[in-house]
Write a protein that binds this ligand. Structure first.
Ligand code: IPE
Ligand code: IPE
Ligand code: MG
Length: 260
């Protein structure tokens, strides 16, 4: 626990408010958005950057402190080489273009994922952007790039074992969670996937344990503040029980018991 700034949904019942503290989004449907317009798939990725900009703005306006965006999965290398290289270039160019503006807007920028396969120039840009914005506090924007939930758990296990080389067993959830790539933020309250598919696609496997899962047919380039508002309205209608019964939640006199 000691090293984690936020509680775990499985070991403690989290505080739940009307505004999600952390929204995590699988930005899907760029290719279909472009195809519907008889444009090449990559045109959809370019338009997707606009939707990212709008969503960041919307999160600041709505007082959401953490936004995590799945930009490139560990399985997306399986795509045609020209699409992969377009996405890498787009990431590089967008970062070059946006980072000063993000900094001016008090946004803290982070990237999670296995950066070892990225070109040196891109990795340097990412690290510089993270350092530049490290003291900002309006919103933490995390881009998941070459990210996979399984990769994340495995790298955390490696770090957990290295931290206590003599220990062989008896680790706690917190021991592992503190080494996850997103350990600096709370678990997502609200998960959104655009593009109509209802799957996790190896996104935040550990952290989504008790997230509310929202799926919309809206394609990512069409996602905007209005779409975010719909997702948040839906989120507000959820009863987050974390293992308890509905009656326990409605009985205000009853203390929530039995953490863990
Ligand atoms: C999501 O859009 C963007 C990335 C995975 C990089 P897609 O490119 O998967 O779009 P669809 O699903 O083919 O429409
Ligand atoms: C998930 O989208 C990854 C990102 C949005 C970055 P995909 O389009 O790659 O997912 P699958 O392959 O349809 O599950
Ligand atoms: Mg897709």
């Amino acid at each position: 626990m000691a090293n984690l700034p936020f509680s775990s949904s499985t070991t403690e019942i989290p505080q739940v408010g009307d505004t999600p503290r952390h929204v995590a989004i699988i930005m899907d449907g760029n290719g279909r958005w472009a195809r519907k317009r008889l444009m090449p798939r990559v045109a959809g990725h370019s338009r997707g950057v606009e939707a990212v900009r709008g969503t960041i703005r919307a999160c600041i306006d709505r007082g959401i402190p953490y936004l995590t965006l799945f930009a490139f999965s560990s399985e997306n290398w399986r795509r045609p080489a020209d699409e992969v290289s377009f996405l890498m270039q787009l990431f590089l160019r967008s970062l070059q273009k946006e980072i000063e503006r993000m900094h001016a807007n008090n946004i803290r920028f982070r990237v999670v994922g296995d950066l070892s396969r990225f070109e040196g120039a891109l990795v340097r840009l990412i690290r510089d952007a993270e350092a530049l914005t490290a003291g900002n506090s309006a919103l933490v924007v995390t881009i998941a790039a070459n990210y996979g939930g399984r990769w994340d758990i495995l790298q955390a296990v490696d770090k957990m074992l290295a931290a206590e080389p003599e220990k062989r067993s008896g680790f706690s959830e917190e021991n592992l969670a503190e080494h996850l790539a997103l350990a600096y933020g709370p678990e997502p309250d609200l998960f959104i996937r655009t593009g109509g598919e209802q799957r996790i696609s190896n996104f935040l496997l550990w952290q989504l344990a008790y997230s509310e899962l929202y799926f919309t047919d809206t394609l990512w380039p069409d996602f905007d503040d209005g779409e975010l508002q719909k997702a948040i309205a839906w989120y507000r209608g959820r009863e987050r029980r974390f293992g308890r019964t509905s009656e326990q939640l409605s009985d205000k006199t009853q203390k929530s018991s039995g953490n863990a």
